[in-house]
Design a protein around this ligand. Structure first.
Ligand SMILES: Nc1ncnc2c1ncn2[C@@H]1O[C@H](COP(=O)(O)OP(=O)(O)OP(=O)(O)O)[C@@H](O)[C@H]1O
Ligand SMILES: [Mg+2]
Length: 318
């Protein structure tokens, strides 16, 4: 199928869960005591789902391959994605395992998370419908360490996607076991856009600085983008290191999902063949927009709201 005849722009493969976000918390929890949170919201969680939802809100045509349980959280996940026009026809339901959930304790610009993986543990490469995957132009995979059922086959997954003619991107996200064992040398040649954050990148490359890490993997990596919160991001375009400042937001609500929204902005422009620097700028803007509303999807209700925030808060028309 030629790129122009593809049904979908992007298929996201990844984990699905709900976020139970507690904010404005009176101190830190400790065993045997109880403290209060002054706000709570229950929303679509998971890096992959936030990416898919926001990318779709930006006008890209998105499908999803993942696994949920057969419970009320699954309904929340599916309803949320469908309300943003994400194709959920290839999200599998497990009758035996509940949908995953993350309790997010939100403190200023950072947060402590506890995740029950549930059905996201179960997704395996055998579950992936490659005929469906081939209906998209691009594959994005996120949170490999949260998906043990698929992590060992990650190189195979990316190789197959490339062989089917898709471009690819990977956001590893955090490794809860902190082992950081990913076969970068075999894997990254099949990954067109590698999108870890600052800490993740240093652990994955076993380097003390970003520059050292880039030096270690540039022989077999393609585009590398390293996100670093309000410090902005650093890109490697195959030849040069490019430093992209963050857009200044004086009134940050929270930074939940900023990295996933950055990815959405970057990939939206990448699949339109925009220049590397432009993709970085768009990623940076969409990441900053994410921080103006609560949670990972609050600022991405629809394209009108996204454009309004961009204009009013960052003085940019897009
Ligand atoms: N406070 C902020 N102000 C402006 N822009 C921000 C802010 N925080 C994040 N961003 C933008 O979003 C990008 C991604 O954020 P971050 O570095 O937090 O990603 P992450 O650690 O992968 O986040 P996530 O928890 O979503 O996985 C940053 O590189 C930056 O461009
Ligand atoms: Mg991230």
């Amino acid at each position: 199928m030629s790129a122009s005849k593809k049904k979908l722009d992007v298929i996201v493969i990844g984990e699905l869960n709900v976020d139970i976000i507690l904010s404005s918390i009176d101190g830190f929890p400790s065993i045997g005591k109880e403290i209060l949170a002054n706000y709570m919201s229950v929303t679509l969680g998971s890096s992959s789902a936030i990416f898919a939802s926001n990318l779709s809100s930006l006008g890209t045509i998105v499908g999803f391959i993942g696994k949920v349980g057969d419970d009320i959280f699954a309904k929340l996940v599916l309803d949320s994605l469908q309300s943003k026009n994400v194709d959920t026809s290839h999200i599998l339901r497990s009758a035996s395992v509940p949908t995953g959930a993350t309790i997010v304790l939100n403190y200023d610009q950072d947060r402590a998370n506890i995740t029950f993986p549930g059905a996201m543990n179960d997704l395996q490469i055998e579950n992936i419908d490659f005929a469906f995957l081939s209906t998209a132009r691009h594959m994005h995979f996120s949170s490999c360490f949260m998906q043990p059922g698929i992590k060992n086959d990650i190189t195979e997954l990316f190789r197959k996607a490339k062989e089917l003619g898709l471009t690819t991107s990977l956001d590893t996200q955090w490794d809860p076991e902190e082992k950081w064992d990913l076969p970068l040398e075999n894997l990254l040649p099949w990954v067109d856009v590698f999108l870890p954050n600052f800490q993740e990148f240093k652990f994955l490359t076993r380097a003390d600085t970003i520059e050292e890490g880039i030096k270690k993997i540039k022989q077999f990596a393609n585009y590398i983008i390293i996100k670093n919160g309000s410090n902005g991001s650093i890109g490697w375009d195959g030849e040069n290191i490019i430093y992209q400042p963050a857009f200044k937001n004086d009134k940050v609500v929270d930074c939940i999902g900023a990295g996933d929204s950055f990815n959405a902005g970057y990939i939206m422009d990448y699949i339109k063949n925009k220049p590397f620097k432009k993709c970085l700028e768009t990623g940076s803007l969409i990441g900053a927009i994410n921080t103006t509303r609560a949670g990972g999807t609050g600022a991405f209700e629809n394209i009108t709201l996204i454009r309004e925030i961009s204009r009013e808060r960052f003085n940019l028309i897009f």
